[in-house]
Design a binder for this molecule. Sequence first.
Ligand code: SF4
Length: 311
Amino acid sequence: MQTKNIVEINDLYVEYNVNKGILGGKQTIHAVNGVSIQIRKGEILALAGESGCGKSTLARAILQLEPIKSGHIKFSDSVDTNDFYKFAQMVFQNPYASLNPKMKIGEILKEPLEINTKYSKQEISKIVKEKIKLTGLDENCLDLYPHEFSGGQRQRIAIARALMLSPEFILADEPVSALDVSIQAQIINLLKELKEKYKLTFLLITHDMSVIKYLADRIAIMYLGEIIEIGKCEDVFANPLHPYTKALLNSVPQLNKTDKKIILKGDLPSPADLPSGCKFHTRCPYVMEKCKKCIPQEKGSSHMVKCFLYE
Ligand code: SF4
């Protein structure tokens, strides 16, 4: 049976203008460049790529926090766009910055229900206690302030807050990268448990391929605002196709199954000055003349790649 898509993104472009600094004037940042992906109900789709590749801008555009230049984002028919935050919520990278230090945990968790629902005080209090327990914390913590918790506990609180409106879809932007390695596994396991128990759908944004391998169902690789490879995790990890994907996997020795090591040369080009043709051509060890002029098209469906090596 075909799984329902909860989000469908078609040919999406997002760009914004920024000051050039001491040079004066403005420049256009081409953050998302023609992204088309579907997010299936109940899956964890991981979005991977270097910092600055457009992952977080794409997530913000999906959450309607970033104006789009062109393209479409379509949500499943059951989504009421007037009540969007009952459908989608976000967990941020930094649990230290994402919780208001002046509010007690109970107040932080109550807030989304007070703003977005008509529940009574008693109902809100009951839901708050239920949700905090789901994340493995005790209800005694509701009277404490964020600074009284460790990083891992704060991320549990941030996850509880994201769950308050019982969303179907959660965008998790680098949810463990600010945490100690010893704590990361606990939060990863909590996300996995919540996904399985409540049939949640996740867009997981991370550069950590080990986290993706453990947690995600599918992986999309992003480079300079484009999806250049997407497929089931088992397929992409066993048989990465795009040279950039191979280079990302090379950065994690225990995941590297390829014979030839591809080491990334140079830095990510500026999204204000995109390379012509294949955007990866300035760093690709297999670059051909046509890569510099022509744009590779998508090849394959369940495991898609954009690279002239597969045409
Ligand atoms: Fe490399 Fe050409 Fe493939 Fe781009 S299209 S990844 S430059 S081989």
